[in-house]
Design a protein around this ligand. Structure first.
Ligand SMILES: Cc1ncc(C[n+]2csc(CCOP(=O)(O)OP(=O)(O)O)c2C)c(N)n1
Length: 313
């Protein structure tokens, strides 16, 4: 089980690290927000889900898509603006959708995925499905009004909705404590609406998956919940650079010490799998990523005639 989780987390990490080079070479057709550092959350949450549960993401959703079982080639093609991308090359990094794995979309308008996910959960309830909807949002998005309307509606309508708050302490370059009064209390806000609240260490796969597994049976019964996962993003808000000169909350050394990918790797070694075996797994994943990028580079762009398809007007 741990090795499977590591493979998924390592895939997300390596895919983004390799894609970072192509971003610098201007091969990526949209703005990119890298998820590096937050992998334990996407994988921990999605590992606790049924494949027919739905997931919605945001502007930083490569990890969410891959953790939900998304296709790496389709994702890389989408970033490269190619026809075979998950949104036929027209959405880019921030508008991925792949209903074949119940990844029902990502949208960069902060918090807008939360009311949309309420709608999805309402549809699931209306059709007496046993499935739930999960939505990922950041601490900046949590401050948008639509979140509070959604918290209210989710308990009013008893929706099978799980909200995953990825608290990386920053909204672009603005730190949490520069945006919120000292009285701000996320748990009180959430429970004040009647929504269950749980806090997890977002840098620890086992903590996330364990807590989500505990929550889900009640969510399926129509008791919405929010899990706040504390984490760090390692790279700048957008693009592959680091921003040490503007960070006060942590250092590269602290982030490395607390890095979820390195932590789970150590646990695997402690469980008796040898370093050589882990390296072989990692090399395989690196090859898969390289192959996906080669495939995407060679793939065709969308045809001119398709300019007006896939549009909602
Ligand atoms: C409604 C809205 N306001 C502002 C923005 C610009 N914007 C894009 S990402 C971002 C920061 C988001 O921070 P957070 O929600 O904490 O997610 P993170 O980037 O840390 O993953 C902002 C302000 C936006 N996309 N939508």
């Amino acid at each position: 089980m741990l090795l499977d989780a590591y493979k998924k987390m390592f895939l997300i990490r390596i895919a983004e690290e390799q894609l970072a080079d192509y971003y610098l070479k201007n091969k990526i057709m949209s703005l990119v927000h890298f998820y590096v550092g937050q992998e334990a959350i996407a994988v921990g949450v999605c590992d606790a889900l049924h494949k027919n549960d739905r997931v919605m993401g945001n502007h930083r959703s490569h990890g969410h898509y891959l953790a939900k079982g998304g296709d790496l080639k389709k994702m890389v093609c989408e970033l490269f603006g190619k026809e075979c991308g998950s949104s036929h090359g027209k959405g880019g990094s921030m508008h991925m959708i792949d209903t074949s794995v119940n990844f029902i979309g990502s949208t960069p308008i902060l918090s807008s995925a939360v009311p949309l996910s309420c709608g999805s959960a309402l549809e699931q309830k209306y059709h007496k499905s046993d499935m739930i909807t999960v939505v990922f949002l950041g601490d900046g998005a949590f401050e948008e009004g639509g979140v509070y309307e959604s918290l209210n509606l989710s308990t009013l309508f008893k929706l099978p909705l799980l909200i995953v708050l990825e608290n990386n302490l920053r909204s672009i370059d603005t730190r949490l404590w520069e945006r919120r009064s000292s009285a701000h209390d996320t748990k009180k806000i959430v429970t004040g609406f009647g929504v269950q609240y749980v806090k997890a260490d977002g840098n620890d796969y086992l903590d996330v998956v364990g807590k989500v597994r505990k929550l889900i049976p009640e969510v399926r019964e129509g008791k919405p919940a929010l899990i706040e996962c504390m984490t760090y993003r390692h790279m700048a808000h957008s693009g592959p650079t680091f921003e040490e000169e503007t960070r006060e909350e942590d250092t590269i050394e602290q982030r490395k010490e607390n890095d979820s990918v390195l932590k789970i790797r150590q646990k695997i070694l402690d469980s008796g799998i040898t370093e050589e075996e882990v390296i072989a797994v990692e090399n395989n994943i690196k090859k898969t990523v390289t192959n996906a990028i080669v495939f995407a580079k060679r793939a065709p762009f969308p045809k001119k005639e398709s300019l007006y398809t896939d549009l909602y007007v």
